[in-house]
Ligand binder design. Structure first.
Ligand code: C2E
Ligand code: MG
Ligand code: MG
Ligand code: MG
Length: 286
């Protein structure tokens, strides 16, 4: 009995694994086609000063896949597979190209969102052509380095990859700011912070989410803000969903904030409308 049961188990796992492999291969094929057919888009989410006026500081660009049948897909559904399929170069070219073109379009329309922040993964940053690609994108769109920020996560920092380090150094030397995303969730130590050319710390949204109910999260947020300021870095809180969180972060001296409370990520058209209505309001107030 146990023998045949064992065999059935084995064949069950095989067919499940087979189905998973097939699904994965289909996804990779779809992703290749998505790049070819330009199905990727960027959504933009405002980052504002944590002050009464909530002045716009910049926009973070977040990739979306306008899938032909499944609707708009977020990065969690395809980013890992895209990376393992070696499609990082294409994705990186897309995000940097699209974000800088959009920034130029806004400036041409008399709208100035400040800067656009682009997320790059460790594999994307390993590519030696990244600094040249950034320089070319800035030049093609007549932008200054301060118009662009690169967001990296802590696993980029702990990878200790000399290629990544030299790319980040090159970008930083150009004047492109580097932000450390999801700060507090990984293993980055102060030593890493010192070694990397970081300009901005982004407090991970998990600490912001429970800040008002979990005193430990509030302490972590406060500690990150103090750390950032003692190192002369700008600190941004992610995932602000309530006025209470916003007010709390403001009291703690956090510089900037981002989250559904201010605005959800929106496609370029809607982000532009948001920008226009804000600009009108600010001018109206003056
Ligand atoms: P992230 O860079 O930390 O981006 C913040 C994520 O939190 C985004 O999810 C955003 O939609 C979401 N978010 C923003 N405000 C709130 C809020 O108030 N509440 C909640 N619950 N969520 C909020 P998204 O767009 O699904 O992106 C997930 C992650 O995927 C990003 O985390 C980033 O690490 C990665 N990613 C996004 N776009 C790109 C890209 O173009 N390239 C690469 N390599 N990675 C990207
Ligand atoms: Mg980010
Ligand atoms: Mg984050
Ligand atoms: Mg995140």
């Amino acid at each position: 009995r146990s023998k045949s049961g064992g065999r059935r188990t084995v064949s069950f796992f095989n067919s499940a694994m087979m189905a998973e492999t097939v699904a994965r291969m289909e996804l990779i094929a779809e992703l290749r086609k998505a790049i070819e057919d330009q199905q990727f888009r960027l959504a933009y989410q405002p980052i504002v000063d944590i002050s009464g006026r909530r002045r716009l500081a910049g926009f973070e660009a977040l990739v979306r896949w306008q899938h032909p049948t499944r609707g708009v897909l977020g990065p969690s559904t395809f980013l890992n597979v895209a990376t393992s399929a070696g499609l990082d170069g294409e994705l990186c070219a897309f995000t940097i190209g699209a974000a800088t073109r959009q920034m130029r379009a806004w400036l041409d329309d008399g709208l100035d969102p400040g800067y656009v922040a682009v997320n790059l993964s460790a594999t994307e940053l390993r590519d030696a052509s990244v600094p040249a690609r950034v320089v070319a994108a800035l030049a093609a769109n007549r932008l200054l380095p301060r118009h662009l920020e690169i967001e990296i996560t802590e696993n980029v920092v702990i990878s200790q990859d000399p290629k990544i380090e030299s790319n980040l150094e090159a970008l930083h030397r150009l004047g492109v700011r580097i932000a450390l995303d999801d700060f507090g969730t990984g293993y980055s130590s102060l030593a890493h912070l010192k070694r990397f050319p970081v300009d901005v710390l982004k407090i991970d949204q998990s600490f912001v989410r429970d800040m008002d109910t979990d005193p430990e999260d509030a302490v972590i947020a406060r500690t990150i803000i103090r750390l950032a300021h003692s190192l002369d870095l700008t600190v941004v809180a992610e995932g602000i969903e309530t006025e209470v969180q916003f007010a709390h972060l403001r009291r703690m001296g956090c510089d900037r904030g981002q989250g559904f409370l201010i605005a959800k990520p929106a496609m370029a058209d809607q982000a532009t409308e948001w920008l226009e209505s804000r600009q009108r309001r600010v001018q109206g107030a003056m």
